[in-house]
Ligand binder design. Sequence first.
Ligand code: NAP
Length: 287
Amino acid sequence: MVPNSSTRLCCLLGDPTRQSISPYIHNKSFQALNLNYVYLAFRVGKEGLGDSLRSLRNLNFVGGNITMPLKEEILSLIDELDATAAKVGACNTILNSKGKLFGFNTDVEGFARPLRRRIGSFRSIRSVLIGAGGAARAATIALAEGGCREVVILNRTVEKGRKLAEMLEGKYSINARASHLSQEELDRIVDPNLIINASPLDFRDAKIRFNRLGLNDGVVAYDMVYSHAERSFFLGELEKGGATAIPGNEMLIEQAAISFEIWTGIKPDLSQMSIDALSALEEMRRP
Ligand SMILES: NC(=O)c1ccc[n+]([C@@H]2O[C@H](COP(=O)([O-])OP(=O)(O)OC[C@H]3O[C@@H](n4cnc5c(N)ncnc54)[C@H](OP(=O)(O)O)[C@@H]3O)[C@@H](O)[C@H]2O)c1
């Protein structure tokens, strides 16, 4: 459909935005469903966020996605924050309804869905999580809300990991502890059944090796990173040890599909969105 005077507008705000595949996958889904919507990316830093949101309201945008470095900055500018975004302390999706801005965090459910498909309940999970940033926070909240019993957070900056562990233990009945990200600490972990990478590392060049972890049947390895090949080095290593792999593009698509539904009220075709996302990622990786 060619955009016209009734076209509804969605956007991505952040900096950088050039590497994002969101405009591609959302526009493809709008076209596939014959929806008169367009999704545009705008490079906006922290200092320009307030003015940009005023413009979105004035120009009657439907909503959009919020990416780095604005996911936390935007919280004070939202009129109504949903419970999940408030718990995570970050908002990645907005909806402009009659000039009122609603804020959501779709990463939590986006993380949970691919995992639920593999293992059903999170109740007996003992998890290891690498990283303690925004993605790690979303993943641990999804796990804790699903009844996960134990999480060991391994992070380069151990203090940040400890703060996340304290928050989790304060709000949920979960046993959470944090240590420095090192081979020594990884080797101390006994019998995990979920290993998550929520750092940008691929581990090809890192000094950490996962093949020393004793893996039992049913172990799941979840890489939240989607920018490298479908099987990252991290996933490849754990798969060799018998783990079931979840690549980051699955979460990417799930959280995008939730945003899409918030703006349009319609569920997009997940398998088509997945094909579009993989071809956009492939294109992006080409030199
Ligand atoms: N699949 C999806 O839909 C999805 C959604 C969200 C995020 N992600 C991906 O998840 C990754 C993390 O995102 P984020 O938003 O959590 O970022 P973030 O808030 O900046 O946190 C990054 C985390 O990675 C650690 N880290 C960064 N560089 C490192 C290095 N060289 N060595 C060791 N640790 C390092 C940081 O440790 P320090 O605390 O020591 O700095 C921090 O814990 C990104 O690759 C992002 O693209 C994917």
